[in-house]
Design a protein around this ligand. Sequence first.
Ligand code: IMP
Length: 177
Amino acid sequence: MEEIKVLYSEEAIAKRVDELAKTLYEKYGDEEVVFICTLKGAVFFACDLLKKYKGDARMEFLRVSSYHGTETTGKIELNLSISKENIKDKNVIIIEDIVDTGHTLAFLNQYIKEMEPKTLEICTLLDKKIKRVVDIDPTYSGFVVDDLFVIGYGLDYDQKYRNLPYIGVLKKTKKDL
Ligand code: IMP
């Protein structure tokens, strides 16, 4: 644990989540929104965001896995799907934990688009913009981060650290781990 540096405290995250919830409500007002939480990483963020969101919300879950060597291959596999009837003609927001190369998000975006939502936006907790390989950007992001391997508040390293209440950095970069 002593090798973790706090990047965003519990308080800083709560403040930003509150702001995002207000921004989304200003946009959607009383129109229903289907929030899609991507498992497992976005689960803390999605729960906190939805608790603060004052509008009419539904919640769905998706699970994908991506295969990383030293670098992302871009091969994504869907492990938990959603049925089209829950998406078609609805306002949909994909909730992500972190966008890195963008491969995962591009896959999810395409998967949901094919279900013909009325609108589709992306809300990510963290955006590792500098690492982007695929031309895709989230509509909303909590924080833009440098090329650091971050953990906590849902994010893991080897399935560990998800339960930290803050977002921290393991001192080594991802490719050194
Ligand atoms: P992408 O497909 O390269 O954009 O990778 C996105 C996924 O990689 C995220 O949903 C995370 O599961 C994982 N990921 C990328 N960077 C980090 C990180 O710094 N910490 C933890 N997980 C990460």
